[in-house]
Design a protein. Structure first.
Length: 143
């Protein structure tokens, strides 16, 4: 009957096999990452086609986001909001504040009872109105 190896012995054997095959683990033995693994920090001399596609997609996403906040700011200045709370929610949203932080700020400032969910509902409703108005007045989403 063959000798039973301990977990440590088996781990050492397999790590050795992986190392000999050229495999480089992204983690240390303790499970922490050796280096930051974000795509924005690639150190390759050439980017692969998939990386180029990722960067192009990221750039397009950033452009769309920029256009959205541009429209949001104009909507803030041109839309007739139903009340002060609704306008303050949209103002903070157009500045990029998170739903939770909008709720926290307005709860203390305006003494209202908001949470991230009803802030989200308000922003969804208003952003639909904003997009509808933008389409009506000829502002294309993909210029």
């Amino acid at each position: 009957m063959p000798k039973q190896l301990s977990l440590k012995e088996l781990t050492d054997i397999w790590y050795s096999k992986l190392k000999n095959s050229g495999f480089q683990d992204a983690e240390n033995r303790d499970g922490n990452l050796r280096t930051f693994s974000g795509r924005g920090h690639l150190k390759h001399k050439e980017t692969s086609e998939s990386d180029a596609t990722w960067y192009a997609g990221r750039q397009e996403y950033n452009n769309i986001k920029q256009e959205y906040y541009y429209l949001a700011e104009h909507f803030l200045n041109s839309h007739r909001f139903s009340d002060k709370t609704e306008k303050q929610i949209w103002k903070l949203h157009s500045e990029g504040v998170s739903y939770r932080n909008i709720a926290k700020e307005l709860n203390s400032k305006l003494k209202v009872k908001l949470n991230k969910d009803n802030v989200n509902t308000t922003i969804k409703r208003l952003s639909s109105t904003m997009v509808e108005k933008a389409r009506r007045y000829g502002v294309s989403e993909q210029e």
